[in-house]
Design a protein. Sequence first.
Length: 368
Amino acid sequence: MNAEKQKTAPKPNKGDALLFARLLVTVLLATGAALVFRRSSGILAMLPVCTLICLAAAFVNVGPVVRCAAFGAIVFAFNTVEQDDILVTITFTLLCVFAVAAFGWGVSLLRNKKKAPGICVIALGLAASVALNILFVGNPVKAIKAEKRIDGYIAEVYPETRVLGFLREGSGMTDEELKVVFSGIYYDRAAGAYVKDAVCRCFPTEKRAVSVAANGEGPVSDGFCVMLADAVSEAYRSAYADLMMSSFPGKNYGVECSGIYGFPEKSVLEGGSRPVTECMCFNITVGGVQTAQEFTEAVKNIAREIDGSGLEYHRLTFTAGIGSWYRRYTEKKNTEPRGSAYIPKATLAPVGAGARFNAFLDLITRTN
């Protein structure tokens, strides 16, 4: 019986095994193309590595539809996983499918003994793929120059360890959480710039670009440092707002950050472990006052509480609106006396008035 079963058992189909092998090779080549043809691959994505993989895949006889489907699906999947920009994902996928289709057509002509047309199609496909990659993915030569500029800027502006140490105090965060991580270089066609993304675990959703223009001109643009300045400003503004609420319950006082002294000319990261605490500028709106004396007394009380709290600043600007045409204001800098020794100098000025009229009002409304 066993001998009879062995005689009647079907023999392995060599054609099916060969087809499976071809499909496996195609999938492996498509995976290799997807690995290199992503934004996160940096300059490698701009080099014609993916194009050459597509050319090699064209010689694997699996049929044009299967080949294009395998490359398109895998490249699309890899790009979708790492980024949210669907337009970029579609662009990378179409570029890859175009190369696979063009090379597949050229190889098909070669198999049909149409040597000259086949070589022409392959050559034109290669030239078109390289040109389209440079147009949409980036020029590797320009990218190398841009990366050197961005890396030089990062080395100069950011700490050597790229740790935002000035946020460590009172935050409870570790150096790993405060470390800024930069992506590989890529080309942002919409912005016309070569870009490295910066992100920090303490701001996980606030990825920002550090970039240079694609033409190589202009300064390095640092969106992460701008975001960081806004985030730090809001943190300190909240501290001032909390102090005002606890010290003057029921009072109508508002606090807004008016900027960081010296920024953006001076990096927010400069100055050691506490680079921005003494550079913060705030506008404090004093509500519920009508006269200069009431305004002056309120400003003295607020300034006394702020100085006693230990909060640092570069400049405080106190304002009180009176109607819709004019307001009272005074400034206090960190170099001026603190506590009860501080005496505000209030000025009455119309909204949008010129310097000469303000000086005149200063003379007739001076309270001390």
